[in-house]
Each structure stands twice: as C-alpha cells, then as structure tokens.
Write a protein that binds this ligand. Sequence first.
Ligand SMILES: [Zn+2]
Length: 339
Amino acid sequence: MKELDRYTRQTIFPGIGPEGQRRLGEGFAVVVGCGALGTVVSSALVRAGVGRVRVIDRDFIEYHNLQRQLLFTESDIEGGLPKAVAAERHLREANSAVQVEGVVADFSRTNAEKLVEGADVILDGLDNFETRFLINDVALKLRIPWVYGGAIGSTGMTATFLPDERPCFRCMVNSPPAGGTMTCDTAGVVNAVPWIVGSLQATEALKILIGTAPLSRDLVVLDVWQRSFESLSLADLVGADCPACNGTYEFLEGKPRTRVTSLCGQNAVQIWNAAAVGMPLDQIKDRLSPLGPVEGNEYMVRFPVGEQELVIFYDGRAIVRGTRDESVAKALYAKYVGM
Ligand SMILES: [Zn+2]
C-alpha cells in the first residue's frame, strides 16, 4: 500500500498511469556523471520509481559543488565521500524500493560497454565533450537511447538521441572543440540551469521507459538570464557523413584521443589530448586567471588548484602535479582545460 501510495501523483496523471508506473519499475537507467545535472536527473528517476538506477562518477565533492549539486551536503564533504557513494546513500534514503548503485569510476573506452550493458536509457551528466562522444558511440553500438544535457553560464541544452533515428550527437556537434572548452569551472554556472536541463532530461527518460509518449525530436536551448527558450528541429542537424552513424565508433574503438600516464617516481600524471594540440595558451591563461594565480609563457601555463598544480603545454600535454591518481588528474584537466 505504501508503495502504491507513493506514486499516486504519477498514476493519476494520464501520461503515466498505472501501466506506465509498472514499466518505470522495470526500467534500468544509467546516469554518467554526478555533478549538478546528474544529481537532479538521478533524484528525479529514483523518486519517480525507476526500478534500477546506476550512477557513475569519478570525482569527490568540493564546497563549490554545493551551490548547484542538489544531492550533496557539507557532511558528505567532511566525510570525504566520492560523489557516487554519497549519491547512492541519499538516493536510497529518498526511495529504498529502487535498486540504486553508485559506481566510483572514470567512464572510459575500457569500461563503457560493461557499465551501460542492459540499460534502457543513458543520461548524460558530464562536463566534457570527449566522454559524450564516447556515450554516443556506445549507445549507438548497443542500441540504447540517450539523453544529452549541458549547462554553462546562464545557458543550457538538451536533446534525445535514438539508435534508429538520425541525427546522433556526433552528427550535431561533429568533433570535440579544438583547444579545450569553457566549463562550469572556468565560466561559472547559474544553479537553475542544470536544474531545468536535468529535469527535462529526466522527463525524456521517463517517456523512453514508459514507451508510449512521443519523444521530443528537438534540441532545446535555454538561457535563464535572458529568459529565453528555443527549440531547434533535430532533423536540420543530420550530418552528411557521420562516422558514428555509419558504424565507425572512433571514440570507443578507434585510436585513443587522450593518453593518461602516471609519471614514474614523481607525484604527477601526464595527460595528452588530441584536441588540445596547438591550443592557444594565452586564451587558457585568460580563462584561468579569474580563478587564481596563473603563470606562464608561450610554451606553458601553470595553475595551482588546491593541493595540485596543472601545467599545460602548447603541444597538447598537461602535467598534473600533486597526485598519482589518473582519474583525479583527468577530472582536473576536464574541469580547467576542457576536453
Ligand atoms: Zn551521426
């Protein structure tokens, strides 16, 4: 009775109904990345009664996350919890009937297929393009629908990609932007943006799991500061010769575009990223200078982040000093250089 009562506000809504609720209970959703988007998405899915929810994240919680990452608290930080572990705890408190699984891992070409295998839908809660292309590849290969979401500054975007319908994400975006990208960590973000985008993503996932509602075939672009909300038809964004649509999964199966190596005998990790070769260091310096003391010349930029230091070179390499942990280094690179 308690369980039936829990979902009455969904079962009396005609779009879901008792049959839709039953299907949600049989659904399996994988949320990749548990920052602002991931916390909103996973809360919505778990509270709505999706049967099984897996949340994957490689990072720890920091104080500047609390401004927007709805699931986390100050005591999670004091306890030194990884995001995936704290998320699992809080989500189970919200709904103990859901099978919630927090996975502390860097979603990469080596584990991507295993982590999403059997999923009915994948949700993007990431902060970087390269891993989104990886989701796109693995989703097409395993024929799983996925819901893209992005948030930066006052703007956000979301779209749903289906294995049987073009365009895919790669058709739409083509390739990771060269020379790094702005991220929430360098450009900031208004907290409502990921909350709105994450809510739209979760709603699409519910529709996919229920299977009867027509899915949105558009790219939504919104700006909370301008108070604008646009919807662009996905049909206009089909790429002419998209490798992913033609079954070539370069981010999953091609040559690695990022190499991460622990530097022997040093407390440091080196990262090489194909998209960063020849990147304009002065732009990176300008982007980072509001965040702290940046030093540099035409060959490299040095930027301290807490106990670590990022040294970014013009040839696409970066060295993260102060850690031997490759996923910590990759996370810092994705946040401050962008990939
Ligand atoms: Zn495509």
